[in-house]
Design a protein around this ligand. Structure first.
Ligand code: 4AD
Ligand code: MG
Length: 445
């Protein structure tokens, strides 16, 4: 008989390499079924799940008893012989030989996440445990794939990764959503976007990108807003609006196709209809703000849009949902009125009341996933905008310098990872796309 000590340690994802041989897996008891003299424990180890088979007459009484009474999510090191089985979820089963229980979950205080339905508040309160369940691990793997694909996309195109500061003296995206921190008796803020800093890096390195956490004191309780989220931001010297629109459509297509190719099984676990993602390839439809408004007014006339849209305003979530529902690919809406957008955007020379900017709205009602623009090139105009927006001039001196020492046209965009993951996975809410969501009402666990 094979003994425990001879079996190599492996992961559930890798058991296929050991068909017909004994291996050791280190993980947790996911759950189990029993029928008389037979136990079917299901083990998980973070890479997958595998069903064990434990007939009473083929293991020691100790092994049988410890598995029989074992509670869900107890930690175990289990040794057994791997056997291919077409009906098994991962294609293999394990004939258990030996088991060592590291920590037994108390019988009278069981793992709180059961198979039954729980309310979202309960699940979020127990997020540290909820993340162990199959759907959540699948989402987190898709997130990791999207981040990996994003970095690959830029790395392969000659962009240099640069890390902007998180503690900053001034606002990037308007003062209303700043988190203030006490910086040795000086006022400082958590960054809303790395953009202003990577503009400086683009003047040094040409094509750059950043990827890091960003913070907004969002008072909105929507399915799209977090107070802490991760943004990937490319910035390109000598690029104009059209250049970054093309970059954005290639970027999004690459992310989606990478997830579909490399995380197919996870998307299936989540229940995503991947046929809707298959055609996410360039070119994406491009419409102007004016055309989008026309679409909203027609929608209103047909009774499909509730409120009549007022020309000149920014789109709200329901407006974005309607516009994006008219397309089966992401739609790029460009040239919004300058006054509803950020201070740093270059005006359209044809119509200076419009900004050379773009929002990319994801289909199926997901709304904005990318915001970007060409940046103001002229020193005097930028200074004027900083004053109009009541921004502290002294804190922006260095940013103005970029227009004094060899200014060039340049453009970039930012994509929120969580919004992209929510869309690719087809989720109701962004809170499931990040390990520990931070929202208006939650900072625990
Ligand atoms: O459109 P935003 O505000 O653009 C910027 O921050 C620019 N400085 C980016 C740039 O040009 N480099 O935000 C960019 C993206 C949004 O399209 C959205 O995907 C995400 O960041 N985002 C949020 N995601 C989750 N929760 C929030 N509260 C978000 N706010 C923005
Ligand atoms: Mg935006």
């Amino acid at each position: 008989m094979e003994t425990t000590t001879q079996a190599p340690i492996t992961t559930i994802a890798e058991v296929g390499r050991h068909d017909g041989h004994a291996v050791t897996i280190r993980g947790w008891l996911y759950n189990k079924r029993e029928s008389g003299k037979l136990i079917f424990p299901i083990f998980r180890d973070g890479t997958g799940v595998i069903q064990g088979v434990v007939p009473k007459n083929q293991v020691t009484p100790e092994v049988f008893e410890s598995l029989k009474s074992l509670t869900d999510e107890s930690s175990v090191i289990v040794t057994g012989k791997i056997r291919a089985d077409k009906r098994a979820p991962g294609g293999y089963e394990m004939d258990v030989i030996d088991v060592k229980v590291l920590q037994r979950v108390p019988e009278d205080d069981p793992f709180p996440i059961a198979k039954k339905e729980h309310g979202i508040d309960f699940l979020m309160e127990n997020r540290h445990l909820w993340v162990r369940t199959p759907r959540q691990t699948a989402i987190l793997r898709v997130r990791a794939e999207i981040i990996r694909a994003a970095r690959n996309f830029f790395d392969e195109r000659g962009f240099t990764l640069t890390d902007p500061p998180i503690l900053t003296p001034a606002a990037c995206e308007g003062t209303s959503t700043l988190f203030e921190v006490d910086y040795f008796d000086e006022q400082a803020f958590l960054t809303q976007s790395g953009q202003l800093y990577i503009e400086a890096m683009a003047m040094a390195l040409g094509k750059v990108y950043s990827f890091g956490p960003t913070f907004r004191a969002e008072k909105s309780k929507t399915r799209r807003h977090l107070t802490e989220f991760w943004m990937v931001e490319p910035e390109v010297a000598y690029a104009e609006l059209d250049d970054i629109m093309q970059l954005a459509e290639e970027f999004i297509s690459h992310l989606v196709q990478s997830a579909v190719t490399n995380r197919k099984a996870d998307l299936e676990t989540i229940g995503r209809d991947v046929t809707k993602l298959a055609n996410i390839k360039p070119p994406f439809p491009r419409i102007t703000y004016d055309e989008a408004v026309k679409m909203l007014l027609e929608g209103h006339a047909k009774g499909q849009v509730e409120a009549k849209f007022e020309y000149g305003g920014d789109f709200g979530s329901p407006d974005e949902t309607y516009i994006s529902s008219q397309f089966d690919k992401p739609v790029m809406v460009h040239r919004y009125p300058a006054k509803v957008k950020a201070f740093y955007m270059e005006p359209d020379p044809q119509r200076p009341d419009l900004a050379l900017c773009v929002d990319v709205l994801a289909p199926e009602g997901y709304g904005e996933i990318i915001g970007g623009s060409q940046r103001i090139g002229d020193y005097e105009l930028l200074l004027k905008r900083i004053r109009e927006h009541d921004l502290p001039e002294a804190a922006f001196k260095w940013y103005l310098d970029l227009r004094k020492f060899g200014g060039v046209p340049h453009s970039g965009f930012g994509m929120g990872i969580e919004r992209a993951v929510a869309w690719v996975c087809g989720l109701e809410h962004v809170r499931e796309t990040i390990p520990f969501a931070r929202t208006l009402t939650r900072i625990y666990p």
